[in-house]
Write a protein that binds this ligand. Structure first.
Ligand code: XMP
Length: 527
C-alpha cells in the first residue's frame, strides 16, 4: 500500500487483520496527524524508508500462540520510532521485547473496568483512576518486558497497559479506537502529541493542493473523462480533477430515470455552477424503462440496470473519443474514479495507478485502447472526502448526501417498474426526505429508503369514498457501515406528518407503514 497523499510524514498503522486498522487510522487523522495503513509483513527497512513519525500496532483476530498468527519484523522496535501497541499489537510488542503473554483462560469482552496503576504516565496521564474500556481478547500480558512500567490493570488482566518513556514504546490491551473506551481518543492523542511529540497540523484540506499538483503531473495536457453518479465520491473526485486541469475534463452523467426528485437538477445546475465542470447528460430514461418492462424479479432488475448503465456509459465514452479524435487527433486517455481508502485497503492495496482495458464493444475503437486511472481520493476516508468537497465549494445536497443505491428507485418498487410508479414513488420519497430534514434528523439516520409495494393493494377511505391503493414503506436505518443496521426510532410526530402528507398528496397511496426490522435479518433495501 504505497499510498502518499501528502508530503506529511505518516504515522504507520500496522494491520494485523480484521477492521481495526482502518478505524485506528481514522482516529489518528481525527487527532490531526496523517496516517497510512501498512501490512504486518512490512520489514523494518521498509518502515524506515517511509520515515514515519510514529507507529501504531493494531489489534487483530488471532492469538499470538496460533500457528500462522500474524507476526512482525521485531527490528521495527529498534528504529527509535515511538510505537503504540493495541490489543494483539500490545501482545506482539510484549512478547518481542521479552515480556510474557499467557493464555489464562480468562477472556474479556466488551466494556470492562480498568484502574490506573500509577498516575498513568505520559500515555494515560490526566485520566480518571478508574475508567471503562472496551476489551476483546483471550490471551493476556502476564509480565511486562524489562524496563516497562505497568500503567493499568483490570480484574483479570494484571498488565492492561504499559510504557517505557525512554524508548517511547507503549501499549494498551483495550481498544482506544472504539468509542466505548471512554478515554480512548485521549490515549491516542497522548501517545501522538505528548509521547511522540507529533503536532496536530494535518487535515483533509491539506490534501487538495498536493493532489492538484499530482493530477497535473499525471495528466499533463491529456484529456480526462469522469462518470458522475450524483454521489459524493465521484462528485468530489471530478471537482478535484477539474481544479487541476480545467476543461481537459469532461463529465458524463447518465439519467436512467430511476433518480429521485431534483437529483438531475442538482448535478446539472448546482454542481456545474459550483465547479464550472463540463458536463454531458445522457438521457437514457426511455431506454431503461423499455429494458425493465415486464420485469419484477429483483436480481433480474439489478442485472438489467447494470447492463444498460455500462452500455450507455460506453456509448457516451465512444462518442466523446470519436469527437476528440476528430478535433485534434488526441484521444481521451484518463478515467477518473472515486476510489476511497477503504476500497484500497480491503483489496490489499496496490500501485498508485492501474491500467484498465476500456470496455469498447461499441464504436469501433482501437483494440488496444486503455485508460489510465486517476484516483485522487485513494488515501481518504468518506468523511474526509466530504470535508474536501465542502472546501472545494460543492453544494451540501451533493456533499452531505446519504447513500443511495446505483440502481436507484428501480429496486425500491416491489413489482414492475413503470413511469407512473416511478412518479408516485418520487413524490412520496421527496416528502419523506423533506420532513426528515426539516426535523433535523439527517445526521441521525444513515439513510431512509422509501419503498412502493406496487403489487400490494389495500382498502382505504379517503375523502368520501373507498380507495384501493398501494402502501408506501418507510425504512429509516441507523448504521456505521451498512454491513449491519438497526431501524431508527424516529419521533412519532415526524412519522405522523410524513404519513399524513404522503396519503394526502400522493394519489394512489392510502397507507404508510414503518419497517421495524434490523439488518440482519432484513437488508437495508427491499430488493
Ligand atoms: P443492503 O440492501 O444490501 O444495502 O443492506 C447496503 C447499502 O448498500 C446500498 N446499496 C447499493 N449501493 N449499488 C450501490 O451503489 C447497489 O446496487 C446497491 N444496493 C444496495 C444500500 O442503499 C445501503 O446503503
Amino acid at each position: 500500500m504505497s499510498e502518499q497523499a501528502t508530503s506529511a510524514r505518516p504515522v504507520l498503522v500496522v494491520d494485523f487483520g480484521a477492521q481495526y486498522a482502518q478505524l485506528i487510522a481514522r482516529r489518528v487523522r481525527e487527532a490531526g496527524v496523517y496516517s497510512e495503513i501498512v501490512p504486518h509483513s512490512i520489514s523494518a527497512a521498509e518502515v524506515a524508508e517511509k520515515n514515519p513519525v510514529g507507529i501504531v500496532l493494531s489489534g487483530g483476530p488471532s492469538s499470538v500462540y496460533e500457528d500462522g498468527a500474524p507476526s512482525l519484523d521485531t527490528g521495527i522496535f529498534d528504529l527509535d520510532v515511538p510505537t503504540l501497541g493495541i490489543c494483539y499489537g500490545f501482545q506482539v510488542m510484549a512478547r518481542a521485547l521479552g515480556g510474557e503473554v499467557a493464555n489464562t483462560g480468562l477472556r474479556e469482552y466488551g466494556s470492562t473496568d480498568a484502574a490506573l496503576s500509577t498516575d498513568g504516565g505520559v500515555l494515560l496521564g490526566g485520566q480518571p483512576a478508574d475508567q471503562t474500556v472496551w476489551m476483546s481478547h483471550g490471551d493476556s500480558v502476564a509480565q511486562a518486558p524489562e524496563g516497562f512500567t505497568v500503567l493499568a490493570s483490570t480484574a483479570s488482566t494484571p498488565v492492561a497497559a504499559f510504557g517505557n518513556d525512554e524508548r517511547r514504546l507503549y501499549g494498551v490491551q483495550w481498544h482506544p479506537e472504539v468509542k466505548h473506551s471512554l478515554y480512548g481518543q485521549n490515549v491516542l492523542e497522548n501517545f501522538l502529541h505528548n509521547a511522540a511529540g507529533i503536532p496536530s497540523d494535518w487535515n483533509p484540506g491539506n490534501v487538495i493542493a498536493e493532489q492538484v499538483e499530482r493530477i497535473r503531473a499525471q495528466v499533463g495536457t491529456g484529456k480526462v473523462i469522469c462518470g458522475l453518479s450524483g454521489g459524493v465520491d465521484s462528485a468530489v473526485a471530478a471537482a478535484l480533477v477539474h481544479e487541476a486541469v480545467g476543461d481537459q475534463l469532461v463529465c458524463v452523467f447518465v439519467d436512467h430515470g430511476l433518480l429521485r426528485q431534483d437529483e438531475r437538477k442538482q448535478v446539472e445546475e448546482d454542481y456545474v455552477a459550483a465547479t464550472g465542470v463540463r458536463l454531458i447528460t445522457v438521457d437514457a430514461r426511455e431506454q431503461f424503462l423499455n429494458a425493465l418492462a415486464g420485469v419484477s424479479d429483483p436480481e433480474t432488475k439489478r442485472k438489467i440496470i447494470g447492463r444498460e448503465f455500462i452500455r450507455t456509459f460506453e456509448k457516451a465514452q465512444a462518442d466523446l473519443i470519436a469527437e476528440s479524435l476528430e478535433d485534434d487527433g488526441d484521444p481521451i486517455a484518463f478515467l477518473v474514479q472515486g476510489t476511497l481508502y477503504p476500497d484500497v485497503v480491503e483489496s490489499g492495496g496496490g500501485a498508485g495507478t492501474a491500467n484498465i482495458k476500456s470496455h469498447h464493444n461499441v464504436g469501433g475503437l482501437p483494440d488496444d485502447l486503455t485508460f489510465e486511472l486517476v484516483e485522487p481520493l485513494r488515501t481518504l476516508f468518506k468523511d474526509e472526502v466530504r470535508a474536501i468537497g465542502r472546501e472545494l465549494g460543492l453544494p451540501e445536497v451533493i456533499v452531505g448526501r446519504q447513500p443511495f443505491p446505483g440502481p436507484g428507485l428501480g429496486i425500491r418498487i416491489v413489482g414492475e417498474v413503470t413511469a407512473e410508479r416511478l412518479e408516485l414513488l418520487r413524490k412520496a420519497d421527496a416528502i419523506a426526505r423533506f420532513e426528515l430534514s426539516a426535523a433535523g434528523l439527517d445526521n441521525e439516520i444513515w439513510q431512509c429508503p422509501v419503498v412502493l409495494l406496487a403489487d400490494v393493494r389495500s382498502v382505504g377511505v379517503q375523502g368520501d369514498g373507498r380507495t384501493y391503493g398501494h402502501p408506501i414503506v418507510l425504512r429509516p436505518v441507523s448504521s456505521e457501515d451498512a454491513m449491519t443496521a438497526d431501524w431508527t426510532r424516529l419521533p412519532y410526530d415526524v412519522l405522523a406528518k410524513i404519513s399524513n402528507r404522503i396519503t394526502n398528496e400522493v394519489e394512489g397511496v392510502n397507507r404508510v407503514v414503518l419497517d421495524v426490522t434490523s439488518k440482519p435479518p432484513g437488508t437495508i433495501e427491499w430488493e
